[in-house]
Design a protein around this ligand. Sequence first.
Ligand code: CCH
Length: 289
Amino acid sequence: SAGETTGIFTPKFEDYEKVYKEIAELLEEKDEYDDGSYGPVLVRLAWHCSGTYDAETGTGGSNGATMRFAPEGDHGANAGLVAARDFLEPVKAKFPWISYSDLWILAGIVSIQEMQGPSIPYRPGRVDKDLSACTPDGRLPDASQGNKHLRAIFGRMGFNDQEIVALSGAHALGRCHTDRSGFEGPWTFSPTVVTNEYYKLLLNEKWSWRKWNGPKQYEDKTSKSLMMLPTDVALVSDKAFKTYVEKYAKDEGLFFKDFAAVINKLFELGVPFAEGSENSKMVFKPTNA
Ligand code: CCH
């Protein structure tokens, strides 16, 4: 490109599209991990770097990729996310012009789309920061708590009840690991496909405390192989939250629309994008569409 001849490389849509395709190919190739996909853990990485955002001070958020450094990478909530960061190292090596912070968010978007979820618009512009920008421990939600905690944590980021419930639908994906969070098991029977199953199960299954030595979690009455965290069950024990759970359980199209909007908001928290860029977001085609 012209950029390479002058030594200044300004990446364009086509360049980000190459990174998208590289991540999608790696997802396809490395299908021996967990339930057959790195997708869920990549979504969790993108969420955990974004979810440190504090609206009042403007600190935290996906700009900076400070989870690369020990204080933040070692926070209890981030246990196991080294698998996601390591997965992306070869991509960073192949496309060194992309910042870790833009790469981690793009990988979250690739994963959601490749796992048959909605299209998530993408805007680059994040800049990696040094370890002095690491956020203090305790900004991410604690699964053993309830509705008050959820409103406090997500309210700090700037989310309302509807957005909290829409974001939580991400738990259709992936699983808990005893060697990471201490909890165990998946939320749904299709942990590598984006669906509204999480909401359906919350409403239609009977959830009771699992009898085991691990942290307090729920199990379903029917199969005893699915799980819910105390924070998940808070979405049906709280009346205001429950109205949204009911809406998303009934209407997967509505969930997809609201999930795309709220994920876009989450991934952009605190990022100082160029003025006017909100009107020129990139949308990538999923590989198998
Ligand atoms: Fe989550 N999540 N999450 N979560 N999460 C865990 C796993 C995933 C909470 C706790 C946990 C969101 C919200 C919350 C994912 C996406 C999102 C685990 C298991 C715990 C514990 C970790 C382990 O052991 O590996 C709590 C509390 C909240 C409060 O609301 C939001 C929001 C999102 C994304 C938008 C995904 C995906 C996983 C699966 C990761 C994997 O490795 O399979």
